[in-house]
Structure formats: C-alpha cells, structure tokens
Design a protein around this ligand. Structure first.
Ligand SMILES: [Zn+2]
Ligand SMILES: [Zn+2]
Length: 194
C-alpha cells in the first residue's frame, strides 16, 4: 500500500554546490527547464553595507568575496539585506561572477536576482549536515518527534514527517521552528537537481 519513495537526493554537495573559483567559470544558466544548475553556498563574514547592502562572504574553499545588492529604490528587501550578519549564510542559485568598478570580482545581485537568493539562519556547515536529515527522511519515513514508523503527516514548507498533529505541534517551538526554512531550501534544491 505504500508507494516506494523515489530517491530525489542525487545532488552531490561538492559538485552542485561549487566554490567561487569553480562557478565563476561556469557558463550562464540557460533558464530552460528541466535543467541542472548550481548553487553557491557561502557564510556571511561581515556586513560592509555602504550606500547599498553589501556583505563579505566566505565560500566552501575559504575564499572571501564581496556580495553587493544593486536594488531599485524602494525595494522592501533592502533594509533586511543591509542587516545580514555573521552566523548566517547565503545560497544563490545559478550565481554569476561580476567585475565591480574597482576591479574586484564578486557577486552583484539586482532586483530580479533575489528570487535565486536564500538568506538562511545557519552556517554552511550546518546546512550541509542538515542535508543528511533530508536524505534520512526519504529512506526512513519516521515521525521526527517520536520516531513512530510510517508517519504520514508532513510539515507544509519542508515536508518533515510527523505521526500526528500533536507531535508536529510539540516539535515546533523547541526545535523545528529554527530549521524549517533551511530544510525547505534543501528540498527546493533537491527538486532542481533531481
Ligand atoms: Zn510522533
Ligand atoms: Zn517544516
């Protein structure tokens, strides 16, 4: 009666999530669907906002680059982006390298690029370790709270499994609230790389 779970976790964390030097040489993503892309992951090192939101980010190979936002006046995201700080990370789909006026190579995002950006409340190390939780969830459909087998209820955004509304509610405040957005992002990327 249960349908077998299709393995969706085909993405390779090192290949599909390349570092700056690798993705800077990748061809532009065609935008055609279905198509594989890539996701650039980086920890926010410090906020350097001046006139516009800007942060220094560190990629998975340890290289630091500037991420600058060139947004239209009145973009409601600008104030929040100007507050990005250490302990958070960015994940940018199909990221392209740009050369700035001062000659440095970095990342320039404009209004329409924000759809490809996730700003997450965790480090890249945590993000990668949480991918294991997503993979485990596919192979073992257990309740995240109590471990009951064949858990059928799922969290809307991230699809984490629960046996009952009671378990889902009990899990929210102590733990799930802080990770739901991160897990939902990993699930988005699973679809992209499937
Ligand atoms: Zn349960
Ligand atoms: Zn969730």
């Amino acid at each position: 009666m249960s349908t077998p779970n299709r393995p969706k976790h085909k993405h390779d964390l090192d290949f599909d999530y390349p570092d700056f030097l690798t993705w800077a040489q990748l061809p532009p993503f065609s935008g055609e669907w279905p198509a594989r892309g890539w996701v650039f992951l980086a920890d926010v090192v410090r906020n350097e906002s001046f006139m516009r939101p800007m942060v220094r980010v560190r990629d998975t190979a340890g290289k630091e680059v500037l991420l600058a936002f060139y947004l239209d006046n009145g973009n409601p995201e600008a104030a929040r982006l100007a507050q990005m700080g250490p302990g958070t990370m960015v994940a940018i789909k199909n990221c392209q390298a740009k050369q700035f006026m001062d000659g440095q190579i970095g990342i320039r995002l404009e209004d329409q690029d924000l759809a490809n950006l996730k700003h997450l409340p965790c480090t890249v190390a945590k993000f990668k370790s949480m991918n294991n939780q997503v993979i485990r969830d596919v192979s073992e459909p257990k309740c995240e709270r109590c471990g009951a087998a064949d858990a059928r209820k799922r969290c809307g955004p991230c699809k984490t499994r629960y046996c009952s509304p009671e378990c889902q509610k009990a899990d929210w405040r102590p733990s799930h609230k802080g990770v739901c957005q991160i897990l939902a992002t990993l699930r988005d990327y699973d679809e992209m790389f499937a």
